[in-house]
Design a protein around this ligand. Structure first.
Ligand code: GLA
Length: 388
């Protein structure tokens, strides 16, 4: 059995007795479709091997008692009047309880232990994984009757309202709905999703972690959203059918937004191009044309860096380095930006040479070693052990 599941069970037993359930919820990657979810566009994420494990059991009172194995920290609170606390990791658990209460779901107290191996701050959505694990666990434990889609929407609401991060739906969706060796093409407007096999014989996905997260990340994320909304507000006066950038074309942006602020024009143009790119990339996946797919990854990076302006020197360096390596088919920054990981599509037999060279060059330039994680695409949120 996986060591992390064992840990989640063992720590629970040490503190609270036998857990009723253990749930696994994974981190996510995104192959293409960055900053398109909140524009009602398409994304192409997948769940990964690294995951959060939550062991959980009922209590006889209304308390919530938590333990984080990774932070080696206990946390206890009464369920009435839940507020954000100073304990950062516990807030993700509380965010779900508060959101469920708001939606009219009430339950008794519970104990939970959280254990995970998703690198924090690397842009792999460890927070969405905790939220999805907890909502899935509570739904099972108290038989709340929610389906996966409702859980995803509530988990996103928890992040938006309680945590205060105005993220789109991609991270929670990918964590919950991931499937082994498949990427998910998600239409973020209709939530219709299609799985595409991603199992290249000679290639592999590899993440390089810049090990930085610039403080701009959250504020710039919200500013990009505002620019996209400003573009939509302007366009919809001329084209009333436009509700999100998903509905706009490059021609509309060229003709109507060019005279406006440079930022609004560039940011909106990138988003429209990226939404189109995801659709085309799925055709590449169907024909297993990984060379064409890789090219699109480089194009996305260029767009994110030069037009959408959410990259940073560390990410640009690793992508430029990858572009020069003979075995890399595609590379780009991944996630919100300003740090975190690059995602690379690389020939399997070139991986160790690429990691060595990229690490040496990155260390020489920035004084830190990047992290390197080969990716395995895995199943989404699930029950891994139940006592009943
Ligand atoms: C973060 C957000 C997602 C998405 C990406 C950018 O990961 O949580 O909803 O907007 O940034 O694609």
């Amino acid at each position: 059995m996986n060591l992390l599941i064992q840990d989640a069970g063992r720590y629970y037993r040490e503190q609270f007795g036998e857990p009723d359930l253990i749930i696994r919820s994974p981190g996510r990657i995104n192959l293409l479709g960055e900053h398109t979810d909140y524009n009602a566009g398409y994304v192409l994420p997948a769940a990964i091997d690294n995951a959060v494990y939550v062991s959980i059991g009922k209590r006889k009172d209304a308390k919530i008692a938590l333990y984080s194995v990774d932070y080696q920290e206990h946390f206890e609170i009464e369920q009435s009047n839940l507020q954000k606390t100073q304990v950062h990791w516990a807030n993700y658990v509380l965010s779900i309880v508060v959101t469920l209460q708001k939606a009219g779901y009430f339950f008794d107290g519970f104990n939970a232990v959280v254990r995970g191996d998703i690198p924090i701050g690397a842009g792999l959505s460890s927070s969405a994984a905790v939220e999805c694990a907890v909502i899935f666990a509570l739904n099972e434990l108290f038989a709340l009757g929610l389906d996966k889609m409702q859980m995803v929407q509530l988990a996103q609401q928890a992040e938006n309202e309680f945590i205060g991060v105005k993220c789109g739906i991609m991270d929670q969706f990918a964590s919950m709905f991931g499937k082994q060796d498949q990427v998910i093409q998600l239409d973020c407007r209709s939530l219709k999703h299609t799985y595409f096999k991603f199992q290249p014989e000679d290639h592999q996905l590899l993440l390089l972690n810049t090990q930085v997260k610039h403080s701009l990340a959250d504020s710039e994320y919200n500013l990009r959203r505002l620019d996209c909304e400003a573009g939509v507000a302007h366009l919809s006066r001329i084209f009333p059918e436009i509700d999100h950038l998903r509905d706009a074309t490059e021609e509309m942006i060229e003709s109507e937004l060019k005279g406006l602020s440079n930022d609004v024009y560039n940011h909106c143009l990138y988003a429209v191009q990226e939404i189109k790119r995801v659709k085309e990339a799925c055709t590449d996946l169907m024909s297993e044309n990984y060379i064409a797919f890789g090219k699109k990854m480089f194009e996305t990076h260029k767009g994110l860096s030069e037009m959408y302006q959410v990259s940073c020197p560390e990410l640009d360096f690793l992508v430029a380095f990858a572009a020069k390596h003979k075995d890399v088919l595609g590379a780009r920054m991944m996630g919100g930006g300003f740090g975190g990981c690059t995602i690379n599509l690389i020939r399997k037999d070139g991986i160790s040479d690429f990691i060595d060279r990229a690490s040496e060059a990155y260390l020489e330039t920035f004084g830190i070693l990047p992290g390197a994680y080969p990716v395995t695409i895995s199943e989404g949120t699930s029950l891994v052990q139940a006592q009943f």
